[in-house]
Each structure stands twice: as C-alpha cells, then as structure tokens.
Design a protein. Structure first.
Ligand SMILES: Nc1ncnc2c1ncn2[C@@H]1O[C@H](COP(=O)(O)OP(=O)(O)OP(=O)(O)O)[C@@H](O)[C@H]1O
Ligand code: SF4
Ligand SMILES: [Mg+2]
Lengths: 439, 141
C-alpha cells in the first residue's frame, strides 16, 4: 500500500539524535544510518516530532500559496483556529475580506460547516443509535491513532466527515451551480492549522475521496493576510456565516460544547488523548455521552502550523465569539455530504503477526529478548525503548547487538574469549616453558 | 418621534441554537442606518445579553426595538419564571444558568450588570411565574 504523509524528514538537517523517537506516540520513528526514519504505516501525522526536533528537520508538507492560481474559481476554507491568530481583531469580517483581497473568489467558513456537523451530531445522538460514548472524528490524528491502536473503540467513532470536508463538498457544489464552472476547475483550499489535515485530504478515512482540493498552512498565509487587513466598509455585507458554536471548534471542548449536553469529556494533547482512550478501552469512564479528543494542546489553535501561542489564541477566540449568535446554521436533517461513505477499519500495524499463534510465539520471544536488555531505554540503538528494540528484533528489523550495552558485552566476551584462547595454546606452539618440558 | 423605525422579533425559547440572532439582525440594521459605532456596540451588547437571558432563563419571548434619531429603546418581554430577587440577580457573578450552556461561555452572571453598564437607562419589571420585562435605552447623541 502507498502511503502519503505530510510529516516528512529533511535529511540534510537531521543529526540522528533521539529526541523524536522518544516523543512519537506510535513509536513510528527509528534512527538508522545516523538519520531518523519514519515507519509510514505507523505515522499518524500528529506533528509531535515537528514540535520536538531541535534541528527543525521534521516538516509538514503543504501546498504553496500560489496553488490558488491553478483554479478558475478558488474558495478559501479558513479553519476556525485562523481567527485566533490576530491581535485586536474583534470583527471576523476583517479577516474574511482579507482572504478575498488575497485572491480567493469566495470564502466558505469551516466554522459554518462545523455548525452543520454539530447539528447533525445532535440529531444523531438524539435519535440514539450511536454507541456511547461517541468519540469525535474531527481530529484526523486521533482517528488514525484509534485505527492503529484502539480497535475496540472504532465503533464509538462518530461516522461523520470533519467540518472541512463538508465545507469543501457544499461550497464546490454551490459554486458550480452558481457559476457553471466545471467542478474540477473549482478549488476548495483549506487554510490549515496542522499536518494531519493535509494527510486527511490526500488519504481520507471514512470516505473514498476528499473534495478538499489543496491545503495551505496558516503560518504561510499569515504574513500575507496581515498586510491586507483593514476595517470593512460599512455598506459591505457581512461575510460571516457562523456563530459561537462553529468558531469554538477551533479550541478544545468547542465541539463538545456545541452538543448542548453536559456529559462530555474533552481532552487535548496527544499524551492525554492516549490516557483517555486507554481508560475508555478498560471501561474506566462511565456515563459519558461524548468524548472530544484533539491531538494538539489547546485544540486546533495548538496545531503545528499556527503562529500564535495556543492559549493566547484561545483567549482571543473567546473574545471574538462573545457577542456572536449561538449558531447561524440550522438543519433538521443530517446532510448526506456529512456522512461517512466507508467504514473505519482496524489497521493492525502494531500487532506482531496477523496469525494469533505466531503472534503469541513472537510475544514470548519478545519478552525474553527484552528481559535480556539493560532496561535503560536510552535510545542509542535507534529505537525508542528497550522493548521497542526487542519488538524490532522479533519483526526481523534489528538485532539485539544494536543495543550498545549488548554490543559492549559481546565485545567483552569476545576479548575474554581471545584471552582464554590465548591461554590455551596447544603445547607445540607454546613458548618459554622449556624447563617444564625437560622435567 | 414619528420618524422612528420599529423592529419586532420573536425569540424562540425552544431552540437555543438560535439565541443571539435577533441582536445580530438589529446590529446589521443599525449599521445600514449609519448609527455611530459606539452606540451600535452598546446596543449589540445589551440586547444580546437580554436576548440570551430570555432563552436561557425564560422560555423565549418578544423583542421590540424603536430607533429614533436621538435614542434607541429596547423592550424585551417574556412570560417565563420571573426573577424573585432582582437585586440579587443584578449582582455580578450570580447565575442560575444550567450546566450545558456554560461550556459555550454563558453563566458568568455578568449579563444583567453589563446591560446596566452599557445602557443609559434600564428598568426590570418581573413577577414570579408571570414573566419579566426589561426596558433599556441607549442615547444616540
Ligand atoms: N428573563 C429572565 N427570566 C428569569 N430569570 C432571569 C432572566 N434574566 C436573568 N434572570 C436571572 O438572573 C440571573 C442573572 O442573570 P445574568 O444575565 O446577570 O447572568 P447569567 O445569565 O446567569 O450569566 P451570563 O449572562 O453571564 O451568561 C440569571 O442566572 C437568572 O437566574
Ligand atoms: S487537534 Fe486539530 S490541529 Fe491538531 S492534529 Fe488534530 S485536527 Fe490538526
Ligand atoms: Mg445572562
């Protein structure tokens, strides 16, 4: 299977240190030949390695800003997190107008589609055939994590497309109707806070094909927008089509708040997300209706492609939405464009073998190898922990001697052997033992 | 006063997601009329707080807005549970808002005090189990 990942390595900059292998939540990185290497089937594009790499060798691949010129009609899909990046911006119209001035033909707020997803979720939860607690599917890094690591929880995942996908579908369709321009020449361009969304547009989960045409990053467009921002003329109609609920999706607990149901839990930051999923898998969380999980601290405002500190961005968003209507989008049906058309399937990339018996054998082997390793988890072998090295050995991708302590032990035993062999030279080759021989 | 413009809104108490729409509409209209930005801001704030209160604490109601060249008068009338102790309700931080709206930022108990602060005149008439009428004025000159 071909994999696309937005998170990639800049080999030139990589020093082969072990910062990233230690932080990766799916243990997807190894150091080989003095460079980091990302195991594609394990990577969930959460961006942790981008955050932690001191050499800036990990990067998120996005489309360049001039991608908009490839389309006859370009629609900007700004993420709600974008609204929290600017100082003293009380009026969202200032930002939306700047996007038009930048060159987009139209703006369709992802926050608008988020309100539709909120309404659809409320309806589906009311009508009740969703397995509780329902787990949000909006953060693609989390959905990918569940897919590789928490197969028991797959059936809890909300089977709805993320707001950006719905925004792309609805806006392209409407633009096509309005202008008559063929769909393929209409571009729906997401202004993204993260790498995971780039990957989701190229290799979506829950749907066969994404309608998001291209993804540009918030930090690329940010300086360009700054110079285009000014107070809109009072005669101009407002372009804002979302309210509190939609914009709040940019921060942790925003999606949950939009369900108007207080039995929810919202966790942010990949470590916390994993802890919650572990607890949920072990049935330690009861009586919850909804679980919102964001891989980034603070929610999407904490995405690796944002500019502002996530907590400051959160405060700014709170201020922006203060006097906004609760929601500007109301539907009483679940739009078909919002619903997944393919199932989320378990990707057993972390299991030792697809055959249970073989997996069991490998597991005992793994335990034995691990018991023999020093347990220092130092990372010098290029694997994140002793256990990970043992796992790599069992998978045939490494040798116990990759452990520097094991290597040292081997050398030492080799040296002992040499001494021993040297000490036991057969009589014909011995020297300086003449007297003994004459006795 | 005969060149006053009158706006009337029905506020649905059953659909919380529509709360705040009436004030958004008034704000839009005031912009088109060319009312000063400061007055628009004050009207938008006090009307928003009043409208949200009608939805959260009463079961919706009606809003009447009179726009005269010198003054904007807003009357928010509901037939909800009423406010037993108005003085207590006016205190900053006092709130009986339910949990499920708190995560959207409501329930700080600041609404009534902001309405008082940003309007030039405010009057609350309320009878328990009959309803509440809030009248606010913002001067334009
Ligand atoms: N129209 C109303 N009908 C009945 N009770 C009301 C009404 N308006 C306000 N109250 C009562 O007065 C209290 C204080 O109102 P206030 O607007 O100051 O705070 P809040 O609505 O609870 O929180 P916030 O406005 O900060 O979101 C409310 O919690 C409620 O008990
Ligand atoms: S929390 Fe938001 S910004 Fe972070 S990875 Fe998930 S979708 Fe992207
Ligand atoms: Mg209030």
């Amino acid at each position: 299977m071909e994999f696309f990942h937005s998170v990639t390595l800049d080999k030139e900059k990589c020093k082969g240190c072990i910062n990233c292998i230690k932080r990766c939540p799916t243990e997807a990185i190894r150091v080989r030949n003095k460079k980091a290497f990302i195991i594609p089937e394990r990577c969930i594009d959460c961006g942790e390695c981008i955050r932690v790499c001191p050499h800036h060798a990990k990067k998120a691949t996005c489309d360049p800003l001039d991608v908009i010129s490839q389309y006859e009609y370009a629609i900007a899909l700004p993420a709600p997190a974008l609204y929290g990046q600017f100082n003293n911006m009380d009026d969202i119209d200032i930002l939306l107008r700047a996007l038009i001035d930048f060159g987009f033909n139209e703006v369709y707020e992802v926050a608008k589609a988020a309100e539709l997803v909120s309404a659809a979720t409320r309806k589906m939860m009311r009508e009740g055939n969703l397995k509780r607690p329902v787990i949000s599917s909006a953060c693609p890094a989390v959905t990918r994590l569940i897919r590789v690591r928490f197969p028991n929880l797959i059936e809890h995942v909300l089977p709805l497309n993320a707001p950006v996908e719905l925004a792309a579908r609805l806006s392209k369709e409407a633009a096509h109707k309005k202008t008559g321009i063929p769909m393929e020449r209409i571009g729906a361009i997401f202004i993204s806070p993260c790498a995971a969304k780039v990957t989701a547009s190229k290799m979506p989960l829950g749907t066969e094909k994404s309608e998001v045409s291209a993804v540009v990053s918030i930090n690329d467009i940010y300086p360009r927008l700054l110079s285009l921002m000014h107070l809109p003329d009072s005669e101009q109609d407002s372009l804002v089509q979302s309210g509190k609920i939609g914009v709040a999706w940019g921060t942790s607990s925003g999606e949950a708040a939009g369900l108007l149901n207080d039995s929810y839990l919202a966790a942010d930051g990949i470590e916390n997300v994993i802890r919650v999923l572990d607890d949920l898998e072990d049935e330690r969380l009861n009586n919850l209706e909804f679980i919102e999980l964001n891989a980034c601290s603070g929610g999407c405002v904490g995405g690796v492609l944002t500019v502002e500190n996530p907590y400051i961005a959160k405060a700014k968003l709170k201020r922006i939405v203060k006097y906004m209507p609760v929601s500007m989008n109301h539907i009483d049906h679940v739009p078909k464009e919002a619903v997944w058309d393919s199932n989320l399937e378990y990707a057993p990339v972390l299991t030792l073998d697809t055959d249970m018996h073989k997996a069991l054998e490998k597991m005992s082997e793994l335990e034995a190898i691990e018991a023999d390793l020093p347990g220092l988890d130092c990372g010098s072998c290029g694997a994140p922990s002793c256990r990970a090295l043992a796992e790599d050995v069992v998978r045939g991708a490494a040798s116990p001697d990759d452990c520097i302590f094991k290597y040292k032990e081997s050398i030492e035993s080799l040296i002992r052997d040499i001494h021993r062999i040297e000490a036991s030279i057969p009589p014909p080759f011995r020297t300086g033992e003449d007297e003994d021989a004459s006795q | 006063m005969n060149d006053a413009l009158h706006l009337h809104y029905f506020v649905d108490g059953d659909d919380f997601t529509r709360a705040g729409e009436a004030s958004a509409n008034v704000k839009k209209t005031l912009r088109q009329i060319g009312v000063s930005p400061d007055a628009i801001r004050r009207v938008a704030i006090v009307l928003y707080e009043g409208e949200i209160n009608m939805v959260i604490h009463a079961n919706g109601g009606v809003i009447d807005v009179d726009i005269a060249p010198d003054q904007i008068t807003m009357v928010l009338k509901d037939t909800g549970k009423g406010i037993a102790d108005i003085e207590l309700a006016m205190k900053e931080g006092y709130s009986t808002a339910p949990e499920e709206v708190r995560s959207l930022g409501f329930g700080a108990g600041m609404g009534l005090s902001n309405m008082k602060k940003y309007s030039d005149e405010m009057k609350i008439e309320s009878t328990v189990n009959v309803g509440t009428t809030v009248t606010m004025k913002v001067n334009l000159s």
